[in-house]
Write a protein that binds this ligand. Structure first.
Ligand code: HEM
Length: 394
């Protein structure tokens, strides 16, 4: 069987390599070699990807002792993402008690307020404006920091440190270690401070829950808080400009949202499906027993990686998958993953993305690129695809 080097070709903006469509048709489970680690199986069809992510016969914890196939030189240390039940359920259940739906819903008006403030500042500055620095970065950063209770004056530090979480090669392994260390040290101090003087934020709620139930070590608590802060930064920060870029390069879709803002929630789901945010594959899963994926037998212990962007374009599931269509019948995309590791922040991210798109469409109905599309610069060396800058005008 051919073993292909992965990624199949250099990343180019948000273009999805046509090889995925070819593999979905001819070789749904293929052999690949990622830039680092052992050889792997690659799943590209919707049903297979969903199975790999959710079938309990696949383990993430098994990756810990292996030379995991991966996009970055260092082995991942992704908190709950590196765990199986029962550890995983214990920690996730714990955060879920503090990070409640109610808390996120209550944060929607505050998020809208922050978005309006940022829009006012953009107006005051006048076009052209870089949407990444003026809007897409400060919005999720302020939201996650306020939710967790990180003081405003410390927020900038996290912008720097959290790149360590999504870096593949943009930072050296030493820098990654240094940033993650700094983030943990900061978080230890913040947790201690909230224990001494609790406030009405997520960290205080987590500290209280740990101290009352005692089912968590201090290190686990700090790790969870730092993980949320970092995950809450990079993904949404990157996805907002991706969404706006797609809208501005599909003016019909943008105009449709301007005329029908009630379509924003649908549009956010469709954009989650359409935008291939994940630059490579999800973290490898290891089957604990021999298992059939489609028609292929995968032996216990052979790592499997999966492509979410490919699953989201699977023609078996989505009609005209290459088209952006805000009227699709609801069919769950896999942009937030699936199964026990389904994105913990999905509800928060959805809320932020909806507020961001709705606010921008309403404030700037004629928003457009302020630079030719081919001059836009994309960030290399990250686990996610995103723009360095997105100059816009109105
Ligand atoms: C547009 C924004 C986001 C996208 C596209 C996204 C995507 C994902 C995906 C695909 C996974 C599953 C990975 C896998 O199974 O290998 C995941 C897991 C996770 N995400 Fe997100 N995410 C986003 C925002 C957030 C935010 C805002 C937070 C935190 C506040 C967050 C926290 C997490 C955590 C903690 C996990 C691990 C869950 C577990 O192990 O059970 N994410 N995310």
């Amino acid at each position: 069987m051919t073993v292909r080097s992965y990624p199949f070709s250099p990343l180019e903006g948000l273009r999805l390599d046509p090889m995925y469509a070819q593999l979905r048709a001819d070789e749904p489970l293929s052999r690949v070699r990622l830039p680092y680690g052992e050889e792997a199986w690659l799943a590209v069809r919707y049903d297979d990807v969903k199975m790999v992510l959710s079938d309990p016969r696949f383990s993430r914890a098994a990756a810990n002792g292996r030379d995991e196939p991966r996009m970055m030189p260092h082995q991942s240390d992704a908190g709950t993402l590196n765990m199986d039940p029962p550890e995983h359920s214990r920690l996730r259940g714990f955060v879920a008690r503090a990070f409640t739906t109610r808390r996120i819903d209550e944060f929607r008006p505050r998020t809208a307020e922050i978005a309006s403030e940022l829009v006012a500042a953009m107006r005051a500055q006048g076009p052209p404006v870089d949407l990444v620095t003026a809007f897409a970065t400060p919005l999720p950063v302020r939201v996650i920091c306020e939710l967790l209770g990180v003081p405003v004056e410390d927020q900038d530090k996290f912008g720097v440190w959290s790149e360590a979480v999504v870096a593949s090669t943009s930072l050296s392994p030493e820098q990654i270690g240094e940033y993650l260390g700094a983030m943990m040290e900061y978080m230890y101090a913040l947790v201690a401070q909230r224990r001494a003087e609790p406030t009405d934020d997520l960290i205080s709620a987590m500290v209280k829950a740990r101290d009352e139930k005692g089912r968590l070590t201090e290190h686990e608590l700090v790790d969870l808080a730092a993980g949320l802060l970092a995950a809450g930064h990079e993904t949404t920060v990157t996805q907002i400009p991706n969404f706006v870029y797609v809208l501005l390069t599909h003016p019909k879709a943008r105009d449709e949202l301007v005329a029908h803002p009630e379509l924003v929630p649908n549009a956010v789901e469709e954009l989650m499906r359409y935008v291939p945010l994940v630059a490579g594959t999800v973290f490898a899963r290891y089957p604990t027993v021999d298992i059939m994926i489609g028609e292929t037998l995968v032996r216990a212990g052979e790592p499997v990686v999966a492509s979410l962007p490919s699953a989201n374009r699977d023609e078996r599931v989505f009609t005209n998958p290459e088209e952006l269509d805000f009227h699709r019948p609801a069919y769950p995309h896999l942009g937030f993953g699936h199964g026990i590791h389904y994105c913990f922040g999905a509800q928060l991210a959805r809320m932020e993305l909806q507020v961001a798109v709705a606010t921008l469409v309403e404030a700037f109905p004629d928003l457009r690129l302020a630079t030719p599309e081919q001059d836009l610069a994309w960030k290399p060396g990250l686990l996610v695809r995103g723009l360095r800058a997105l100059p816009v005008t109105w």
